[in-house]
Design a protein around this ligand. Structure first.
Ligand code: RIB
Length: 297
């Protein structure tokens, strides 16, 4: 099963003709209030891809919590490890341009109260894939990854948003997923970084696909689905969630990453992070249009 430890947000999404620069105001279309948060998004993506998923995190005791948790409940993500706290539910202000690209500012609120202690040791055995990001306190994330590693769970970290990571934590991580900007903040040659992790590192490159740098020195490229994006919000989260689901279901890394790439492409075809996420049937149908991953040694 998959355990996601991460953020849960309500997204206020405004479509705009172009993303504003500093000091600029642009007139947009009608806003939408949608469920989001990198942790919640990844949990839902994994669930829709066919995995059993639990989510640990924190929301407020407010109306935005119902928005943030709505699709997770509907799709059957286990929410029994959540905390409700006296802070506002996390809220992201998101602008989406006509080319599908976005700008996001996050008020973390309740996410700052998420703690590793919400997950008991017996929830971290070898049958578990732990999936983390950086929108809840990084010290809690690193502590949970450490405990999970000790108990034999598979550990994945999506380095989003890019925040400083304790280098000692690398030894406990099986797989890091990051986009090019996030990967650059690690300040290391990607191939060397992949070798320092237990399984490796995957760098996502949007329309150019992704590259896996493996712990054994191997490398492969994962193609992207050819699409006209409507909204790229949550595409990275879809990639991570579907990748985790594939590994959890027993696929090898190349095949799990190919499915993740197909799903990420599909998620860009509709508005919103969670609202546009594909299910397993849609992902399998899209794979026909996606070439195999190509390896380099
Ligand atoms: O990755 C997309 C997500 O980032 C949005 O849903 C928003 O909530 C922010 O966390």
């Amino acid at each position: 099963m998959i355990l996601v430890f991460g953020s849960i947000n309500a997204d206020v999404v405004v479509p705009v003709p172009h993303l504003p620069g500093a000091g600029e105001t642009v007139l947009g279309g009608d806003y939408a209030l949608l469920p989001g948060g990198k942790g919640a998004n990844q949990a839902l993506a994994a669930r829709r891809a066919g995995a059993a998923v639990a989510l640990a995190g924190a929301v407020g005791r407010d109306a935005f919590a119902a928005t943030a948790l709505g699709l997770l409940r509907q799709d059957g993500v286990d929410l029994s490890l959540l905390r409700a706290v006296g802070r506002p539910t996390g809220c992201a202000a998101i602008m989406v341009g006509s080319d599908g690209e976005n700008l996001i500012a996050l008020a973390p609120g309740a996410n700052e109260a998420a703690t590793a202690a919400q997950v008991a040791d017996d929830g971290l055995g070898p049958a578990v894939t732990l999936v983390c990001q950086m929108e809840v306190p990084p010290a809690e994330t690193v502590a949970l990854i450490r405990r999970a590693r000790t108990r034999g769970a598979r550990t994945m970290l999506n380095l989003a948003p890019a925040l400083p990571l304790d280098p000692a934590a690398l030894a406990d991580i099986d797989l890091i997923v990051a986009n090019q900007v996030e990967a650059a903040t690690l300040g290391e040659n990607l191939a060397l970084l992949g070798r320092r992790l237990r399984h490796g590192m995957i760098v996502t490159r949007g329309a150019s696909g992704a590259t896996a740098y493996l712990a054994d020195g191997g490398r492969f490229d994962i193609p992207a689905l050819p699409i006209e994006p409507v909204d790229t919000t949550g595409a990275g989260d879809t990639f991570v969630g579907v990748l985790a689901a594939g590994l959890d279901l027993g696929l090898d890394l190349a095949e799990a990453a190919r499915r993740a790439s197909a799903a990420a492409g599909l998620s860009c075809l509709g508005r919103g992070a969670q609202t546009a996420m594909p299910d397993r049937i849609a992902i399998e149908a899209a794979l026909i249009r996606l070439p195999e991953a190509r390896g380099i040694r």
